[in-house]
Ligand binder design. Structure first.
Ligand code: RIB
Ligand code: CA
Length: 331
């Protein structure tokens, strides 16, 4: 990344997460809540991996394990803008977070809707803009940007975990977060283009790289005491069991590592669109990597209105080691 971005990242960064907690969302929240270079202000919830009320419960549980009951949590959209609600229980378990039977939360979410909490925080952040990291279908963020475009002044950047240059996971062509609510993703990109909000994409091309081993997870679990470390270890161990593997990705947490430690992510500025109409490609992020103007000049589609900083390569071991250190409570 450029010198200006590197300079920006060297200070404590105000942060908001939008999540569908979720095993890897939980990994991301544990990290964001404890990294000394991140000032986590709030976590907003949306239906995705699990129904939104399960997402709220799981998020409150994770923040308590991280010792951060001070972080605001709000309930958002319970379904996509147009698609029916679906979930990923086959990946994340019946309760959305590995069915770990962790103690229930002892505080309630903020009474405001997620969109209103986001608005309240962002309109008062103009002097110190906030980085918004979305780790879920972007339904809340689409509603926010169409309802309250004035929040753009309080947004430093939107970093979204979603899409891909190459592979899909929800379908052969599309990544889950974008596939779950493609209209929302398209609206967020359109609004970012018109409101001048910088966007970074942490897609599947890098998502699977930072991995933690079963043995490393066991060390974290051994800390016990319903601690951040124990929860982090159990989240990884559940995934190792689910996928019958000796390692598991920290998934969404990698997008937050990229905010805390941007030098670990190699990016390129590329035009991007979301496919809404394709029979087999709906929800695909169309990332334009062409480099010859002759092709582009003769393209009837023209160039996409938004150019996004797209993560193309990541130092997986670097982020995995950083994540393990922070969730274990080492500063
Ligand atoms: O495709 C991966 C994304 O879908 C992650 O955010 C995971 O939590 C699921 O929501
Ligand atoms: Ca997620």
């Amino acid at each position: 990344m450029g010198g200006e971005r590197a300079a920006y990242w060297a200070v404590v960064k105000p942060l908001i997460l939008d999540v569908d907690t979720g095993l890897d969302d939980a990994c991301a929240i544990l990290f964001a809540a404890q990294h000394p270079g991140l000032d986590l202000r709030a976590v907003t919830c949306v239906g995705g991996n699990a129904p939104v009320d399960d997402v709220v419960r799981n998020t409150l549980i994770v923040l308590r394990a991280a010792g951060r009951d001070d972080v605001l949590v709000a309930r958002g959209a319970d379904r996509p803008l147009l698609e029916p609600a679906m979930n990923a229980r086959h990946v994340h378990g019946d309760d959305g977070m590995g069915d770990l039977a962790w103690p229930a939360p002892d505080r309630a979410a903020d009474p405001r809707h997620a969109v209103e909490l986001l608005r309240d925080l962002l309109v008062s952040a103009v002097d110190d803009p906030i980085t918004l990291v979305t780790l879920a279908p972007m339904t809340n963020i689409a509603l926010l940007l169409r309802t309250h475009p004035e929040v753009a002044a309080g947004l430093r950047e939107i970093v979204f975990m979603g899409g891909s240059v190459a592979v899909g996971n929800a379908t052969a062509s599309a990544e889950f977060n974008v596939y779950h609510d493609p209209e929302a993703a398209a609206i967020v990109l359109d609004a970012a283009a018109h409101l001048g909000i910088p966007v970074t994409m942490y897609g599947l091309d890098v998502f699977y790289e930072p991995v933690v081993s079963r043995a490393e997870a066991a060390e974290l679990v051994a800390v016990g005491g319903y601690s951040s470390a124990e929860l982090a270890g159990r989240l990884i161990a559940y995934q190792c069991d689910r996928f019958v593997s000796e390692t598991a990705t920290i998934g969404d947490a990698g997008a937050v590592c990229a905010v805390a430690d941007p030098e670990g992510l190699q990016c390129q500025a590329l035009p991007i669109r979301v496919e809404l109409a394709g029979s087999w490609s709906r929800g695909r992020t169309i990332v334009d990597r062409r480099d010859w103007s002759g092709d582009i000049d003769h393209d009837p589609h023209g160039v996409a209105p938004l150019t996004v900083t797209v993560g193309l390569q990541v130092d997986g071991p670097r982020y995995a080691a950083l994540w393990r250190r922070i969730v274990a409570g080492d500063r």
